[in-house]
Design a binder for this molecule. Structure first.
Ligand SMILES: [Zn+2]
Length: 559
């Protein structure tokens, strides 16, 4: 379709384009559709001059629903500005709930797009993908998988479309939305503190409810120049189950990238940027390790995660095509290995519970990390670079020349613990308020309460220093703390909260509760009221006590 169209909302257009002609399809030749009509996304219908608004996405989903019995629209959350963010459930048969999916032996895969609403390729690609799967006579993947899809995670940010947003990316010429949500929060920094309705909805209605084995989060890169149009990463925080990280890095993603290249003619590259863009040979570097990033977060839940970052300097159509090809390859692989993926995460859960039941000295939690190079180098198909000084610019810019150059260089993507603390059997929290407890429960962590008073030897953390950050970050002055550990006998009253690490989400519980955690609830100010006493200059002890040796305790789960 090569129409010249410029209208404010594309809602009417989508209906108009339910036509009996094949869509111009960027990357993949799908089998002839069973349905006689072809539904087009806004990107396809405008020849990639525009991206869909929230209303367009809803109309598209409704149109698609009329073509298939295999799709249900649920609500992920209500956005700060009042939009019901759709969560699409796809299955054959369509499961009424997670237990149905489990009983049918299906593996649940979750794809999320538009968390940063200037990075809109995922939104367009998942809409195309849903159509292309569901308008086949026998929808692919659904004999093995149940798919959950959030096409427009940040729907408030999406509708603030302006050609002045993300001007570094070529197209869509009619503009894209903004990075932040309706509260001004970056949703890809909200995974731990979970203060946005979007992330809270993701926890309640996807991760805790459906427990997908794999989460795919779609983004667009910002910097480096290269030929590969899809870049990707795995969860890089080493406090997640290492066997899962190694499987993704060593087996799963290389296999997916090979499928993407062989079957979909699209090149992939490990996500990153040059450590020093003036000296590319120094290496290529991955993202930060903290689980505030969605992909790292899913790793500390001991599930598989893929960060998709589409190449910013490619044109919009190529970026959407790349994202589409990557999702296809991910689903091809996941359907072929569905039982294996499920077993991998089930085994990780079993290992985690076994460790929590009987923690030993080698069960450690990383609180500081260093970035090391992986054994194998990365191959960046890039260009010889030159510097240019734009008039008025504060810094010279590196620009690629026309001359192609392949950089085979170290890949710094192995975040290794530099300092660790021992993992306990559980945490005791004598807290007057339920705020922290509700946060733990929101993440799906099992919390119990002592039903009888008890005296226990526990490890305490005595705070010596607490510093709020000078800069406000995501609405917080995050804390950095110093303190000392000590073993003490302590009395705990009935009603004291208890978080056992003999549960599948133990690594996440440790991340939230360890005092020196680099992304924990103490860092995010959730304990500020407890640790600063009213009438004394001394800091109170951190009110989370580590039970280092397992003890049989009388307790009851908190609802
Ligand atoms: Zn992003």
């Amino acid at each position: 379709m090569h129409r010249r169209i410029k209208i404010q909302s594309y809602a009417a257009l989508i209906f108009a384009l339910v036509l009996a002609v094949p869509a111009a399809h960027p990357a993949v030749q799908t089998a002839p559709a069973a349905a006689p009509q072809k539904l087009l996304t806004v990107a396809e219908a405008t020849d990639y001059k525009a991206t869909s608004r929230y209303a367009d996405v809803m109309i598209y989903l409704r149109a698609l629903q009329k073509m298939t019995p295999y799709l249900r629209v649920e609500t992920l959350c209500t956005s700060p500005e009042g939009k019901d963010v759709p969560l699409v459930i796809v299955g054959n048969p369509l499961p009424a709930n997670p237990l149905d999916a489990r009983n049918a032996g299906k593996t649940v895969v979750y794809i999320q797009a538009n968390i940063h609403a200037g990075e809109v390729e995922g939104k367009e690609a998942v809409l195309m993908l849903l159509r292309d799967i569901l308008t086949q006579a026998k929808p692919a993947y659904l004999d093995k998988l149940v798919l959950l899809v959030t096409p427009i995670f940040n729907s408030d940010g999406n509708d603030k479309i302006d050609p002045k947003n993300r001007t570094q990316q070529p197209g869509p010429e009619q503009g894209v939305g903004v990075r932040h949500n309706g509260q001004g929060l970056d949703l890809n920094r909200d995974a731990i503190k979970a203060e946005s309705p979007e992330f809270q909805g993701l926890l309640r209605n996807v991760l805790v409810r459906w427990d997908p084995v794999l989460l795919v989060d779609c983004h667009t890169t910002d910097g480096a120049w290269h030929e590969q149009t899809v870049t990707y990463a795995w969860p890089v925080n080493p406090n997640g189950d290492n066997a899962l990280i190694e499987f993704e890095r060593g087996k799963m993603l290389p296999a997916i990238v090979k499928i993407m290249k062989d079957k979909y003619k699209t090149l992939g590259l490990e996500y990153g940027g040059f450590r020093d863009f003036r000296a590319p040979e120094k290496g290529w570097e991955t993202l930060e390790p903290q689980p505030r990033y969605t992909t790292n977060y899913i790793g500390v839940r001991n599930r598989l995660g893929i960060l998709d970052e589409n190449y910013v300097h490619a044109d919009f159509k190529t970026r959407v095509a790349g994202n589409y090809a990557f999702l296809r390859a991910i689903l091809d692989y996941s359907a072929d290995h569905a039982a294996e993926l499920q077993k991998l995460v089930d085994d990780a859960d079993a290992r985690t519970i076994a460790r929590g039941l009987n923690p030993s000295d080698k069960d450690q939690f990383g609180v500081e990390f260093e970035l090391k190079a992986l054994p194998n180098p990365v191959t960046v198909l890039s260009f010889e670079m030159e510097t240019s000084q734009a008039p008025g610019a504060r810094f010279p810019q590196m620009r690629p020349t026309d001359k192609k150059k392949t950089y085979t260089i170290p890949y710094f993507a192995d975040w290794t613990p530099k300092r660790t603390v021992p993992l306990p059997a559980g945490y005791l929290l004598p807290l007057p308020s339920a705020e922290v407890i509700q946060k733990l429960q929101l993440h799906g962590i099992l919390v119990e309460r002592l039903t009888e008073p008890v005296t226990l030897e526990v490890q305490t953390f005595k705070l010596k220093e607490i510093k709020g950050a000078a800069q406000i970050y995501q609405g917080h002055r995050t804390n950095t703390v110093k303190g000392e550990y000590a073993l003490e006998k302590k009395d705990f009253a009935a009603g004291t909260y208890y978080v056992s690490l003999a549960q599948p989400l133990a690594p996440l519980a440790a991340y939230l509760l360890e005092p020196e955690s680099d992304d924990g609830l103490l860092a995010w100010n959730f304990f500020d009221k407890e640790i600063v006493p009213q009438w004394s200059r001394d800091l109170a002890a951190y009110p989370v006590f580590k039970l280092m040796k397992p003890a049989a305790l009388a307790k009851q789960a908190v609802r």
